[in-house]
Design a protein around this ligand. Structure first.
Ligand SMILES: [Zn+2]
Length: 146
């Protein structure tokens, strides 16, 4: 996959870079990983960060050396197998780190609930649909942010 310079700029606008982790501030999957919509498809934000750093998609899992699923700092990412990913999750526990600007998608009774800054956007059949709705809402709010 290739991103346009506009898409790349849009990606980094959603990242809050600290000296340590680079936190994804837009939509997050129910798993706690950052979600980014590109050409109407949802991707894991840290995988896109990997793609931008290395110029190609990883064919393996992209794992975190830090314990922060929202982090997209390329220096905190490494490739591993699904087995590594599972071990990683078990060793580090499954807690996610709250982040004040994050927009959430939750799985509730088999439906996906989209929330932006406390505002309930509705229930959706798939996580991808809920994330798209979150992205749309973020787009509307764009001029009022920060
Ligand atoms: Zn990190």
């Amino acid at each position: 996959m290739q991103l346009t310079s506009k898409q790349i700029a849009r990606f980094w606008q959603k990242v809050d870079k600290t000296d340590d982790c680079w936190n994804w501030t837009a939509a997050v999957y129910s798993s706690g990983y950052g979600a980014v919509t590109i050409n109407s498809t949802c991707y894991l934000a840290h995988r896109i960060s990997w793609l931008l750093k290395h110029g190609k998609d990883s064919e393996q899992c992209v794992l975190h050396t830090c314990d922060n699923r929202r982090c997209v700092n390329p220096s905190h990412l490494f490739e591993g197998t699904k087995g590594d990913n599972n071990r990683d999750a078990v060793e580090k526990g499954k807690h996610s780190i709250p982040y004040k600007n994050a927009r959430h998608v939750y799985d509730t009774n088999g439906r996906w609930r989209a929330i932006v800054q406390g505002k309930h956007l509705g229930y959706f059949d798939t996580e991808a649909q809920a994330l798209l709705e979150v992205e749309k809402q973020i787009g509307k709010n764009h001029h009022h942010r920060d």
